[in-house]
Design a protein. Structure first.
Length: 364
């Protein structure tokens, strides 16, 4: 017999880690997406719009419920991934009665824009609540890379692992350049993809003989497969300090994610974009590390969902806000068929990117 904790770990990692990762990913992402769609739903109802359907998942319906006197059918579908809210009159193919005050097109520009923005807003509120909860309970996970550059994790079978690097090692030099932090390590390693590079490493306060590592080529950038040790930035926060951090931290993460996205666009590469498989690995690892780490990764993903949906791209909430912005400036609405075609293109493009990154996550 194994102790309960050991047995649980063996179950998670041994019975079927793929199934575990898939299940925990579906549950975690579905919750965040339900919250997102819940933001749209609550805003629509607050402005008196008629919401026809709130669906958790897609495909044939497994379960449905319509509260007495409510126009909304709440349902759970066969494919549990994702969710959607159907607001009356929002589909350009619907017949719109100009006298019906509950239809989306008949509401004010402010009401429509607020309803669209409410989804990402709900994700940010969720992220802020998680940060606040972790802050007041003093369980915020490590957040800042240690200096000097101390190895906190070595990726199995990576160049660093094959060279014998271990957790706790301190990297002092790379390619003859002094290394003070993880940023300098990345700068020194990135241009060395596929090229043998000498690293000077210290272990338990004692220097080791220089080790030669050949960084892997990952989208044109060299990587040796180590992560920096993280140290806590925030401890023993007051309620007021936790409240301030709950606003500042999602904002800082949004800026960092946008910077990373801009860098990928500049490089014309999808390297760095993770699909469901990569998210599954992140969520599953966090879940096995405990509740604070799990909530932390949910917060990170919630911010990413909010940020991503606000991008001014067709099919996303940000793309719909662009059309509403056009209406605000010109005092006339965009052609409905044209808008529908633009959003259809966006859906096809985003699905293509999702298939690409999922394939890369699985097959490398």
């Amino acid at each position: 017999m194994l102790p309960r904790r050991v047995a649980a770990r063996r179950y998670a990692g041994g019975v079927d880690s793929v199934l575990f990762k898939a299940l925990i990913t579906i549950v975690a992402l579905s919750v965040l997406i339900i919250i997102h769609e819940g933001g749209h739903y609550l805003a629509a109802r607050a402005f008196g719009m008629r919401v026809l359907r709130f669906s958790i998942g897609f495909g044939p319906t497994l379960f449905r419920f319509q509260p007495k006197g409510s126009p909304t059918v709440f349902q759970v579908a066969v494919i549990p991934f994702l969710a959607y809210v159907q607001i009356a009159g929002m589909n350009p193919n619907e017949d719109v009665d100009p006298e019906d005050p509950e239809l989306y097109p008949n509401k004010s520009l402010f009401a429509r824009a607020t309803t669209i923005a409410a989804g990402p807003f709900a994700n940010y509120v969720t992220a802020s609540l998680i940060v606040f909860a972790l802050g007041v309970t003093n369980t915020l996970p490590p957040m800042q890379p240690a200096e000097p550059m101390q190895v906190g994790r070595v990726v199995p079978d990576s160049p660093a692992a094959l060279a014998g690097l271990q957790e706790g090692d301190v990297i002092l030099k790379a390619d003859g350049r002094p290394i003070a932090n993880v940023s300098e390590l990345i700068e020194a390693t990135s241009p060395r993809a596929g090229q043998p590079t000498e690293y000077v490493v210290e272990r338990q306060g004692k220097p080791l003989p220089p080790v030669t590592i050949t960084p892997q080529d990952r989208g044109g950038r060299g990587q040796i497969g180590v992560g920096a040790k993280m140290i806590r930035l925030y401890e023993d926060l007051s309620v007021g300090e936790a409240a301030k951090l709950s606003i500042a931290l999602p904002y800082q993460m949004t800026v960092a994610q946008l910077s990373g996205l801009a860098e990928m666009v500049k490089r014309r590469s999808t390297e760095g974009i993770g699909g469901p498989v990569m998210m599954g690995k992140m969520v599953a690892e966090a879940a096995q590390s405990g509740a604070p780490a799990f909530l932390w990764i949910l917060m990170f993903i919630s911010v990413a969902l909010g940020m991503f949906n606000l991008l001014p791209f067709p099919a996303l909430d940000g793309g719909r806000l662009i059309f509403l912005g056009y209406e605000a400036v010109t005092r006339r609405r965009a052609n409905e068929q044209f808008e529908m075609a633009v959003h259809a293109f966006g859906i096809v493009f985003l699905l293509g990117v999702m298939i690409l990154v999922t394939y890369r996550d699985i097959f490398g």
